[in-house]
Every structure is written in C-alpha cells, then in structure tokens.
Design a protein around this ligand. Structure first.
Ligand code: ADP
Length: 244
C-alpha cells in the first residue's frame, strides 16, 4: 500500500478495472507441477505478471541438529525475490519484508502438512520470485502447496491463496500491483477448500465490518478458483493432460 494516486482510474463507470478486468475476475493463472530435477518436489506459477518457482526438499535430516524436534518434523520456508524481479534492482540480501513473508507462508502451510509423521526431520521450501507484480505471497503460497504435494509430503489439504481488496470504494478480487499502490485495502487469504479452513489472513487498509466480510467471501471464491488449477497441475503431471 502506498500513497493514493488520484490520477489513475482504478475503476471506470462500467465497472472495468485499470487492467481491463471485471471486479470479480482474477488475473490469468498458470500452474505447473514439477520441473526441477534436483528437488524432491517443485512447481512454477504465473499469476498475472508474477512468475514464481518453488523447490521442496525433504523430509531430510536437520542441520543444525539442535533445531530438530523429536516429536514432529519442522517446516522451513525461504521466500526470496530476485534482484531483477522488480523494475528497480532489489538488493539481493534478505529484506525485512522477505523475512516476514517467509514466516507468514510457513505458518500458512503448517496446518496443511502432516509434519507429525516425520519427527526429527525438516521439509525445506525455497521460493524464488522471478518477477513480482503484487500478490506474490498468495501466488507463492499456492505454488508451494503444489510443490509439497509433488514431493509426496502427506497433506490434509492444499492451501490455495488469493487476495481481495478495496479499490475505488468497491470490493474486488485479486489486487494487482497498481491497485495495491493506489487502492484502499489489500487482504491476502490462504484457504484449505476441502477443510474450509483459513490459514492466512492479512489486512492492509481500513474496512467497515460489512466490507471485511465481503472481502473474506470474495477472497475465498478466488482461492477456490486457484484450488482447481492446483489440482489440474498435479493431474497433468501424474496422469497426463486430461479433463481434470
Ligand atoms: P505481495 O507481493 O504479497 O503483494 P507486498 O504487498 O509487500 O507483497 O508487495 C506488493 C508488490 O510490491 C510486490 O508484489 C512487488 O511487485 C512490489 N515490491 C515489493 N518489494 C519491492 C521492492 N523492493 N522494490 C520494488 N517493488 C517491490
């Protein structure tokens, strides 16, 4: 969220957004399962202009050993933006923002992954943002779920993620970078559709109680769209291109 840019038309009189979408329309989403030979599981996602690659390693021995837990496995997540992923070169050193997003994604994935089946081990999730355009945490979380499933890690459900938000006093699905900068609120949601459980919910901006509820409903509808594409990506890898 940045300062409000009053010169840009975020929503015109026909309900068309600055990138031509309708208020309930997500950006183009493409998910591919697999692709990295040296990882136990991997996935690639394009979510609008976001391009993100995820590699999963494990369950494997924990180094340093004192970080291991005799009762359960542990999940470690590193979210990293390439210096060339945004128009102004980003410093390659981990920023506060990347450390925060790594933590948020880890906590959003933990309820889904059956870590208790792998005591003393670690599952490592490496997220490389190749191109960023608003909504990378949601796209990365969705791709990480597919990569974990591709690695054969037992899961209760996949976490599908999508943001909703408020733009020009209207609740819309899937905020892009311009809408994030100039809009009024951004609400990333991670959701396990089969279990009907939210594992990530953040809010940047101010909403009335009614707007808050609408944002959650719209965001969950977006997560359900993403979920179908996550399942499709896994079907395509393991059963060839089919109807599913
Ligand atoms: P998210 O990517 O999950 O929406 P933020 O709201 O923190 O997370 O970031 C919004 C967008 O701002 C990012 O997707 C990216 O396009 C842009 N951005 C983030 N960090 C930088 C940076 N260091 N330089 C330029 N743009 C950035």
């Amino acid at each position: 969220m940045g300062g409000r840019d009053t010169t840009m038309v975020l929503l015109d009189e026909n309900g068309v957004r600055c990138d031509g979408r309708k208020i309930d329309e997500p950006r183009r989403i493409m998910i591919k399962a697999g692709g990295l030979k040296n990882a136990d599981g991997s996935a690639y996602i394009e979510f609008g202009d976001n391009k993100i690659l995820v590699g999963v390693f494990g369950p494997r021995d924990v180094h340093p050993k004192h970080m291991s837990n005799t009762d359960t496995g542990i999940l470690r997540v590193r979210y990293h933006m390439e210096p060339f992923s945004v128009s102004e070169r980003k410093n390659p050193a981990p920023s506060r923002r990347e450390i925060e997003i790594s933590k948020v994604i880890k906590e959003a994935l933990e309820p889904a992954v059956m870590l208790e089946k792998f005591p003393r081990t670690a599952v490592d999730v490496f997220i490389e943002v190749l191109q960023a355009d608003g909504g990378t945490r949601c796209a990365a979380l969705s791709a990480a779920s597919v990569a974990l499933a591709d690695a054969g890690i037992p899961m209760r459900d996949m976490v599908a993620a999508c943001a909703s938000g408020k733009v020009a006093d209207t609740i819309v699905l899937d905020i892009n970078n311009e809408e994030d900068q100039a809009g009024q609120a951004d609400m990333p949601i991670g959701y396990m559709p089969s279990l009907e459980k939210i594992t990530l919910l953040q809010l940047d901006g101010i909403l009335t109680p009614d707007e808050y509820k609408k944002c959650v409903d719209v965001g969950i509808a977006g997560c359900k769209i993403v979920y179908e594409l996550q399942k499709k990506a896994l079907y395509e890898k393991y059963f060839g291109k089919g109807d599913n």
